[in-house]
Design a protein around this ligand. Structure first.
Ligand SMILES: *Cc1c(COP(=O)(O)O)cnc(C)c1O
Length: 366
């Protein structure tokens, strides 16, 4: 069968391996498996969210409130914006998809950093758009400027992943704002803040305020997710914050009821549990240092990370695929970054006892 030509050469996104696969393939007891491959919250889901889920389970037969009134209201309060500035998606992934379908086609292009979240490219290619990448793997705004100016008529969307998955690098908020001010008003600049909670906690200079962003720039879209700091990866809830005209355009692409009744309730409850977020951020910052120390001591290269993961970049004497395969057999699931063209592994920062075991096993492999 022939498919849409845009789809034919499309790369397939390689997601982190699930626990079930390791149980099936290696017969390991799920209790002994450590999964630090997908940047999920190692503390799990907040107790108050679990309680809420138990309460609303009986409503699973009902569609959710399609206006997502209460969730938008909670997010509007969180960011001091209006509900009309918010769109809800099945993960912020879906908002990326909406934004690209709204702006790109096979006659134009997007611009991304050399190594960044793979879904930008994949969704752009759905629409046939070309993908320009900066030479630098990490975000370098001068390179963004250069490539943008060379292909100004073509580039309709620029992605800034702040902080950046899978490398952990993070631009300062002030340089981001300056950059957007130089971009043409018809070019959409997407700030993917999937890990912004972690960056902000570590360093105030990294904090991008969505209200500031969208009041200054009608062509900016801020993305947030409940999958990382909020501990709701399995619930699939993300959001976009933008100028109301932009948000109205994105809503046109949204299918009704695009998150579930349970997801909706979970996200609303998660925003309220500030203690859980605080605990999450504190554990992350403290345990990040354990990984940094290990890397320094063992001569492993890493980029200081503003996220809930650290990426260890190996020299040619080591093989990231072999290392991650060996660890997998022991029930430790990490993210091999081979599909990003890197001899590196990305490790989600876990709980202290998990990190200890991971580093103990890793030490034997290097
Ligand atoms: C995890 C992640 C997302 C979105 O995840 P969802 O689960 O779809 O909300 C978006 N961007 C980056 C960079 C991510 O790492």
């Amino acid at each position: 069968m022939k498919f849409n030509t845009h789809i034919q050469n499309l790369p397939i996104y390689e997601a982190g391996k699930p626990i079930e696969l390791v149980v099936r393939e290696f017969g390991i007891n799920p209790k002994n498996i450590i999964k630090l491959a997908s940047n999920e919250n190692p503390l799990g889901t907040s107790k108050s969210v679990i309680k809420t889920l138990q309460k609303v389970a009986k409503n699973a037969s009902l569609y959710p409130d399609d206006s997502f009134y209460e969730l938008k209201d909670a997010l509007a309060n969180l960011y001091s914006v209006k509900s009309e500035n918010i769109v809800i998606g099945s993960g912020s992934d879906q908002i990326i998809e909406f934004a690209l379908h709204a702006k790109t086609s096979d006659k134009n292009a997007i611009l991304v950093s050399g190594t960044t979240f793979a879904m930008y490219e994949i969704y752009a290619k759905h629409t046939g758009a070309k993908v320009y990448k900066t030479q630098s793997k990490e975000h370098d705004l001068n390179e963004f400027r250069k490539t943008y100016n060379e292909h100004k008529n073509e580039i309709k969307v620029i992605f800034l992943c702040i902080p950046n998955n899978p490398l952990g690098d993070c631009l300062d908020a002030s340089e981001v704002m300056k950059f957007i001010s130089e971009v043409d008003k018809d070019t959409l600049v997407i700030i993917d803040g999937a890990y912004m909670e972690f960056a902000k906690f570590k360093d105030k200079k990294k904090a991008i305020n969505p209200k500031d962003l969208i009041s200054k720039f009608p062509n900016a879209l801020y993305l947030g997710t409940f999958s990382k700091a909020y501990g709701l990866g399995g619930m699939r809830v993300g959001y976009g914050v933008g100028n109301s005209e932009l948000i109205t355009a994105l809503h046109k692409l949204r299918a009704p009821f695009n998150i579930t009744t349970l997801s909706l309730a979970a996200a609303i409850a998660a925003i309220k549990d500030k203690d859980f977020i605080k605990k999450t951020l504190k554990n992350n910052l403290k345990e990040m240092k354990v990984y940094e120390k290990f890397a320094t001591k063992n001569g492993i290269k890493f980029i200081p990370s503003y996220t809930n993961f650290i990426t260890f970049i190996f020299d040619e004497t080591k093989n990231a695929t072999q290392i991650s395969d060996n660890l997998l057999k022991k029930g430790i699931i990490l993210r091999n970054l081979k599909s990003y063209g890197l001899n590196a592994i990305r490790i989600t920062i876990g709980k202290p006892e998990q990190n200890k075991r991971v580093l103990g096993e890793l030490k034997k492999e290097i």
